[in-house]
Design a protein around this ligand. Sequence first.
Ligand code: FAD
Length: 428
Amino acid sequence: MKNTPFWHEAAPPEDPSGAELPARCDAAIIGSGFTGLSAALTLAEAGRDVVVVESGPPGAGASTRNGGMIGWGHRVDLASLSKRYGAENARAILAEARMSLDFTTGLIERLGEDVRYRRTGRFLGASSQAKFEDLKRWAETEAPQLGMEVEVVSQERQHEHIATGLYKGGLHFRQHGGLHPALFHRALLNAARAAGVTVVDHTKVETLTGDAAAGFTLRTDRGEMAARDVIWAGNGYTGIGTFRDFASRLIPVPSTIIATEVLGANRVASLIPSGNMIVETLARHSYFRPDPWGERILWGGRASLNVLPEEESAKRLRRFMLSVFPDLEGAKLTHSWKGFVAFTFDGVPHIGRIGGVWHACGYNGSGVAMAPYLGHRLAERVISGEEGRTGFDAAPFSSPAFYRGNPWFLRGVELWYKLKDWRDTHRV
Ligand SMILES: Cc1cc2nc3c(=O)[nH]c(=O)nc-3n(C[C@H](O)[C@H](O)[C@H](O)COP(=O)(O)OP(=O)(O)OC[C@H]3O[C@@H](n4cnc5c(N)ncnc54)[C@H](O)[C@@H]3O)c2cc1C
């Protein structure tokens, strides 16, 4: 079993390019994932001299490691957001999700490369009858306000989407889909380079000094660069240290995925007949799908909220997989890998400027549509101010006093999730 992403088979990481760090640029972007490259593309197309600095190969982070599910990524509902930010702001925040999907599917079309994007739909499986009733209520009351095309699927009709007895019905989101994230990333990288962006790979930004008025100096392990504007696009890879303003606002959480051996199109279609992306209401948060060729099952989830050895996380994910598809007992695994997502304390992404440094981050595990979109909106703001404004502007990017970037509380949260799942699966 390889410990590298299945996605790297079709789009392997680039070898070190040896690209030199220029002495100065208009805009320096730290991080070459979807956020950084999308911002870079927009800035370069507006005539800016842009340098992306990346500590690994381009796309070393989550952008080439994710599940490739593209949809309306919000973890919070209208009611809880309204309580926090008021009903109007909450609606504006949630409306951004739809805009992100429209933007990113439009971007895919514009890039013109085959990134294996398909509007497959997504099925959300309810873990109990009570959860199913909650979903049904949500689909009838909240979804229409957000323009979501959601179908309530009873347990009797669930087999059209998935061959399992585990879920008690669920919801089908017609506008969602799937893609090959590393091919999408490569298409974005090609477009950014073609627009004139310089990507300096295998170069870690170690310190950042300066301010918005005087400009910034980036010190890296391969020299220094001056920049008028700086965008932080490190998301789940922020780490503790130099970028304290972001580390103290983002919670890095590992997410892991396994790939089965080739099962064949017929066997995969017998498990997931409509080729849907699939998620569930359980806090173990399994997300799974056929690979883009419909030959294997890719299974992701929270094997743990803490980093585990690859063998152990694969074992846990396999157990989740067998709880849904017991027929896969004999299937071998070929890949097991992880990446880091960034959660925020209010559950929504944030975009803006702190200490003069621009940022878009905190996608709470749903960044395939949102990260390219917010990278673009951020670049618009760098260029002209108002145009980049979003619904997220009403939400302050908070940094609680007890937190400096080390998520010591995740062990407690993990235990709480396990109890929650136990309760959910024992509810009628
Ligand atoms: C396993 C997994 C599954 C996921 N599945 C889905 C999914 O199915 N659907 C969905 O919508 N979202 C999913 N996500 C989330 C999604 O992948 C992310 O939200 C998105 O890719 C974030 O993009 P980004 O560009 O902001 O960050 P990243 O792609 O993580 O890029 C950050 C980059 O910054 C670089 N960096 C950090 N510090 C420095 C430094 N000091 N100097 C230079 N470079 C630095 C890192 O090396 C990294 O390449 C998943 C994530 C993971 C990990």
